[in-house]
Design a protein around this ligand. Structure first.
Ligand SMILES: [Cu+2]
Length: 326
């Protein structure tokens, strides 16, 4: 965390006219916290994390001559100002105008075709996790899917293996390209699907380095810090409902992220590549690129936090609440 940078930002986002940076710094960590009150302008941002929770995207579906199901997507990458905290804008790079990018969801063995149009002023790519040929990997040059400004590329491959995966830009400097917002979830369902649950949610964990010093100033799921706070937009559940969370860690700069569920335990399926859970727990730690599927239900009504079990991350935005109703 960048203390100096954050105190300067805090002056802009939360404090009254008589508060200067020196005073903020002297008042310590708690008052350096940006305000949790108020909402960012979701309409201007072009996306709302409450909607992203369930925004699974199968693309344009058709059937190929060989009988295979084809899912077609168009991704546009562009420079975009995102209001990440009330009054604080961040010079982001986005896929299709949102952070995280679209949640691609297909079945194992389906064909995936993603056309990337580069409307920004830097070269970008999409690097998918999963199994595919080298020229679909989005890493080295124009022949493997690195796209110059105004250029385009089509990534196409069969979706495998089933599980929870991710995609992100893989253009140098890599950390910056990811941290500015170029990442998203890629779900490959097993043939026949996973067992039915009552509710499915996607959560992509990341951070924002708003002063560009190579350290995160805010942490969040689905793009906006503190969004799912109990005073803002808690996630409503019902007692007894079986909930499945697709959890992806794309956090840059910090080596480890985590997820902790309050007053409950969940079945955990690392990478989602098995239908048998490997752990029954209330906390998981994930390095960048790691992901897993959580399943749980609440026995009692109430407000229950979920957050990074790293206090600093939670206090800087990676926190939310399930509001469980009877
Ligand atoms: Cu990039």
């Amino acid at each position: 965390m960048a203390a100096i940078g954050l105190s300067l930002q805090s002056q802009r986002v939360t404090t009254g006219p008589n508060t200067g940076p020196a005073e903020l710094g002297a008042r310590g960590h708690a008052t350096m916290m940006p305000s949790m009150d108020g909402e960012v302008d979701h309409v201007k941002n072009g996306f709302n994390p409450s909607a992203l929770l369930t925004d699974f995207d199968a693309g344009k579906i058709s059937t190929l001559p060989n009988g295979q199901i084809l899912h077609e997507y168009t991704f546009v990458v562009k420079n975009q100002m995102i209001e990440v905290m009330p009054g604080l804008e961040f010079a982001a790079w986005t896929y299709n105008g949102r952070i995280p990018g679209p949640t691609i969801r297909v079945n194992e063995g389906d064909r995936v075709r993603v056309e990337l149009l580069n409307a920004s002023d830097h070269a970008h790519s999409i690097h998918f996790h999963g199994v595919h040929p080298g020229n679909m990997d989005g890493v080295f040059d124009a022949r493997s899917g690195v796209v110059a400004p105004s250029g385009k590329y089509v990534y196409e491959f069969d979706a495998e293996p089933f599980g929870l995966h991710l995609y992100h830009c893989h253009t140098a400097p890599l950390a910056k390209h990811i941290a500015k917002g170029l990442y998203g979830a890629f779900i490959v369902d097993p043939k026949g699907g996973r067992p039915k649950v009552d509710r499915e949610l996607i959560m992509v964990m990341s951070g924002f380095d708003v002063d560009f010093d190579g350290k995160n100033d805010f942490y969040q799921v689905n793009g906006i810090p503190f969004h799912y706070d109990h005073k803002k937009n808690p996630i409503k559940l019902k007692v007894g409902e079986l909930v499945r969370v697709y959890l992806v860690n794309t956090l840059e700069y910090d080596p480890v992220n985590s997820f902790h569920l309050h007053a409950n335990f969940f079945q955990y399926y690392p990478t989602g590549t098995s239908l048998t859970p490997s752990e029954f727990t209330d906390t998981v730690a994930l390095m960048q690129g790691q992901r897993g599927i959580l399943e749980f239900s609440y026995r009692y009504p109430g407000l229950y936090m979920f957050h990074a079990h790293k206090t600093e991350f939670a206090e800087l935005g990676w926190t939310g609440v399930f509001e469980v109703e009877a």
